[in-house]
Design a protein around this ligand. Structure first.
Ligand code: ADP
Ligand code: MG
Length: 242
């Protein structure tokens, strides 16, 4: 079953075409990894999916419902999509527990008790049980990013978007965040992620998509893309990053 379909999506900023007719279908439990040079449109594509940007043309559907329809309830769509960006955007004045329970309580109407129980379960699952009362500045970068992922999970999204979630981290901390993503995959979470970590991408992705200047040039299983890409541009890109 397809969770998300992106159909002929175009996006321009000030006359510059950043996405040029992107088509992509993401199935339930699938992990899709977007790769491509800086500026190729990876973040913009994710931002179109969670409606932080409006598309100029094309259609995006989430679980069969068109979300690019201007009449769509944006909050309702965002409830079903968990998003984590490069810079961990935890609320600095709130404890870990309050960061994680905020959306379930305010957006989904969970009781404090329900939300906290679920938060404690998630924190325990990702090795942060003893950090519930800590504030973000008392955590390492890797721990903060794990909390950001847990916070996104707390709303029980149907789809997770992870944009360069390890880019701001030291190599040692990268590993713990990648571990969390790997665990998410094991739970069957449907995900689209962007990363500069090609070995991780190769390891975790079911499907790798190469974006080249706004064009989804090539798509396939990692073993194919990384060893025998169809396009010269894909080979050139891989050559620069591998
Ligand atoms: P990537 O994530 O692959 O590095 P982005 O999607 O961030 O690429 O950016 C693609 C292109 O779109 C870049 O040229 C960038 O400068 C431009 N861009 C992205 N967001 C905006 C914006 N809000 N306004 C103007 N240009 C933008
Ligand atoms: Mg980006």
């Amino acid at each position: 079953m397809s969770v998300l379909t992106i159909d002929g999506v175009w996006k321009n900023f000030h006359g510059h075409h950043v996405l040029r007719g992107v088509d992509l279908e993401v199935h339930s439990h699938e992990v899709v990894c977007l790769i491509g040079a800086s500026g190729s449109g990876k973040s913009t594509l994710l931002r179109c999916v969670n409606l932080l940007e409006t598309v100029d043309d094309g259609v995006i559907t989430l679980e069969g419902r068109e979300i690019t329809d201007p009449r769509v309830d944006v909050d309702d769509v965002r409830k079903r999509i968990g998003t984590v960006f490069q810079a961990y955007n935890l609320f600095p004045h709130m404890s870990v527990l309050d960061n994680v329970t905020l959306a379930p309580r305010q957006v989904h109407g969970a009781s404090r008790e329900q939300a906290e129980q679920q938060a404690h379960d998630l924190l325990a699952r990702f090795g942060l049980a003893d950090r519930a009362r800590a504030y973000p500045d008392q955590l390492s970068g890797g721990q903060q990013q794990r909390v950001a992922i847990i916070r996104a999970l707390a709303t029980q999204p149907r789809l997770m978007l992870l944009d360069e979630v390890t880019s701001a981290l030291d190599p040692v901390l990268v590993r713990e965040v990648l571990g969390v993503i790997r665990e998410l995959k094991e739970t069957g979470m449907t995900m689209i992620l962007t990363t500069h970590e090609m070995s991780f991408c190769r390891d975790i992705a079911d499907t790798v998509c190469f974006l080249d200047d706004g064009v989804l040039l090539e798509k396939g299983p990692p073993e194919k893309i990384f060893t025998d890409p169809e396009h010269r541009r894909t080979r050139e890109f891989l050559h620069t990053v591998l």
